[in-house]
Design a protein around this ligand. Structure first.
Ligand SMILES: Nc1nc2c(ncn2[C@@H]2O[C@H](COP(=O)(O)OP(=O)(O)OP(=O)(O)O)[C@@H](O)[C@H]2O)c(=O)[nH]1
Ligand SMILES: [Mg+2]
Length: 302
């Protein structure tokens, strides 16, 4: 038997400020929902792998939390995941929201990038929202700030420019082995996927009122032949936040539960029984054990 043809493989860190579109991008690239998306900044809290398997390549994309200055233990843990991805990458995709004015947050993010100096492709995202004439000045601005391998305008939402991104990524990756079996597309345990889907629905239904303050912990996950039973605890920081999630007569929690259940049933067919309750844990974002539980790769998780 001749040796199989060599393939391209490696780890690609997706980096950028909160809300730039990193998770939308990884879902597009992988062609499946591996990471939750909301209009609220700081939605992603982990380093989330999304794996693309092709005959000629295996690309392990890493979604990361938005780059920001951490002010709580949770935020420090989030930035820890960003640094980890920067250390492990073969290549970086630095994604910016082309509709936003360049500011201090962008400078901070670029400084971090320069510190680790990965090979980087710059992606100008959300071009569906801007006039074409704004692209050239933006490209000019960024190419003066840093030496990017390439600059590609995209719309992660519409899929514009995504094939170009994929081609460029493969071009810059080295030859290497497959790191994961070809039939998996993420490394997240089922319990973590479930907690994220619930958290997405909580954020989507409470975004004006509770931007950053919820965590979801799975207390029971039992997969049976015909039904998967999931019990989730929604953690908030203050007593006053509990009724916001529960809603009048429990209506909002019911809606959150029913939307989450429908999505969970696609992952764990045919049926999911989902039970949710809300618990107040003051200052959980600075509580070591609660924050540790959110890290699904550590021994203390779940
Ligand atoms: N119009 C438009 N909206 C986009 C595009 N990409 C992402 N969005 C929206 O931008 C918001 C943030 O998207 P996310 O993918 O969650 O952004 P993120 O960078 O992962 O954000 P964090 O996890 O909070 O750091 C969501 O409302 C997306 O629908 C795009 O290309 N065009
Ligand atoms: Mg995200």
């Amino acid at each position: 038997m001749p040796d199989p043809a060599p393939i391209k493989s490696g780890f690609v860190a997706i980096l950028g400020r909160p809300n730039a579109g990193k998770s939308t991008l990884i879902n597009r690239l992988v062609g499946a929902k591996v990471s939750i998306v909301t209009p609220v900044p700081q939605t992603t809290r982990n380093r989330i792998l999304g794996i693309v398997n092709r005959p000629d390549a295996q690309i392990v994309f890493m979604d990361t939390p938005g780059i920001h200055k951490p002010l709580s233990r949770l935020n420090e843990a989030m930035m820890g995941f960003v640094r980890q991805a920067l250390e492990e990458r073969d290549l970086a995709l630095f994604i910016v929201d082309a509709t936003e004015k360049f500011g201090k947050g962008d400078e901070f993010a670029l400084r971090l990038l320069k510190q680790y100096a990965p090979k980087t492709i710059l992606l100008l995202n959300k071009i569906d929202l801007i006039h074409k004439s704004r692209l050239l000045p933006l490209i000019d601005h960024y190419s003066k700030l840093h030496e990017f391998e390439e600059i590609i305008p995209i719309s992660a939402l519409d899929g514009d420019g995504i094939p170009e991104v994929m081609d460029a990524v493969i071009r810059y990756l080295p030859e290497g082995p497959r790191f994961f079996s070809s039939d998996i597309y993420t490394d997240q345990p089922e319990r973590f996927l479930a907690s994220e889907i619930i958290r997405e629905k909580v954020i989507l239904h409470t975004k004006q009122e509770l931007p950053y303050v919820t965590a979801v912990l799975i207390e029971k996950f039992e997969e049976g032949e015909t039904i998967t039973r999931i019990h989730g605890k929604i953690v908030v920081e203050k007593e006053s936040q509990k009724p916001i999630i529960i809603g009048a007569g429990g209506a909002r929690l019911k809606l959150i539960g029913s939307e989450a259940r429908q999505e969970l049933e696609r992952l764990f067919p045919p049926k999911v029984y989902l039970e949710l309750y809300v618990k107040v844990e003051p200052h959980w974002r600075d509580n070591r054990s609660v924050v540790a539980e959110l890290d699904y790769r550590s021994d203390s998780a779940f």
